[in-house]
Design a protein around this ligand. Structure first.
Ligand SMILES: [Zn+2]
Length: 322
């Protein structure tokens, strides 16, 4: 693969061609986006930026965006929490108001009932005065006693309900006060959220536009992988290859520290989108892996057999090329 890249042969399959656009040493600082220039220079070398370098540019922008938005997100979370608390207070207030309404309806009914009992009792007293026989008088008296008893029961119930009304009214007043206080906190939280959004808006717009420009150079599938990893791992969506021992061909993933095989590192060296076989992060290297690797002995000696990939028995799958 390396030899092919050095000879300037452009990968032939569509997937390779679309992803491994460059015989890329992966150095985002040195590699410029040259998509408007011919893909091959006079010596036949592929000059286009490697997909890894292009992804790294987008990833760096994403990191800045995440950093900028940290305080904004904290303000948004606080506001959301306060709104949830307000909803709780409002629900309790509404439940109390509904109970109060029912109680008042009930009390009003009882008042109507006692009023009609009063009317009946007055009438009975008149009838008692006009009673002609003892039996008649006794009957009126019995009804009067029964009505008095009933009236007392209704008045007792009414009294208990009025006590409940008082208690619920106090509770409703407390909830109303809590609601007003919470609303004031929310107004402040909202202002702070808006302020934080305004503070970073210019820079966020700038970075978002940069991201769009950078992303336009990247095959959609590669971008999808970065976005997916960013959602899962945030600032660790892309990770550098750590050189453990160059002469012994030992490299590891900067994210999960698992050993990387020569195949994986070679894939990265030719500019392919290369993921850590263990943790799936998109690998990159700030170093020129190809030429520095060339400085190493051409043939790994016996030590190669005990290379970390074999020793650890992990991360030994061939480089994953998406
Ligand atoms: Zn890893």
């Amino acid at each position: 693969m390396r030899a092919r890249a050095e000879r300037g042969q452009v990968p032939t399959t569509p997937t390779e061609a679309s992803i491994a656009r460059g015989a890329g040493i992966v150095d985002a600082d040195r590699l410029e986006c040259r998509h408007k220039e011919p893909p091959v220079d006079s010596l036949g070398r592929n000059k286009a930026m490697s997909v890894t370098a292009a992804l790294l540019k987008v990833f760096r922008v994403d990191q800045q965006l995440r950093g900028l938005k940290t305080r904004l997100h904290a303000a948004e979370r606080f506001l959301a929490e306060q709104e949830k608390l307000l909803k709780g207070v409002e629900d309790r207030y509404a439940a109390l108001a509904s109970q109060l309404k029912q109680l008042r309806v009930s009390i009003s009914g009882e008042e109507g009932e006692t009023a009609s009992i009063d009317v009946r009792m007055a009438k009975l007293r008149e009838q008692m005065n006009e009673a002609k026989t003892n039996k008649e008088y006794s009957a009126f008296l019995a009804e009067l006693d029964s009505l008095k008893k009933k009236k007392k029961e209704i008045e007792d119930a009414e009294l208990a309900q009025m006590g409940q009304v008082e208690s619920l009214t106090n509770q409703a007043a407390e909830q109303a006060k809590a609601r007003d206080e919470r609303k004031a906190i929310i107004a402040k939280a909202r202002a702070e959220r808006d302020e934080r959004a305004a503070e970073i808006k210019g820079r966020v717009d700038e970075l978002t536009s940069q991201r769009t420009t950078f992303a336009a150079d990247i095959p959609p599938e590669a971008l999808r992988i970065l976005d997916e990893m960013s959602t899962k791992k945030g600032d660790e969506a892309m990770s550098p290859v750590e050189v453990v021992d160059r002469r012994a061909h030992e490299w590891s993933c900067g994210s999960c520290m698992m050993t990387l095989t020569v195949e994986t590192v070679n894939s990265l060296s030719v500019g392919r989108l290369t993921r850590c076989p263990s943790c799936k992060v998109v690998l990159f290297s700030e170093e020129d892996l190809v030429s520095q690797k060339a400085a190493a002995p051409p043939k790994p000696k016996a030590k190669a057999k005990t290379a970390p990939a074999s020793r650890k028995g992990k991360a030994s799958a061939p480089a994953e090329v998406e």
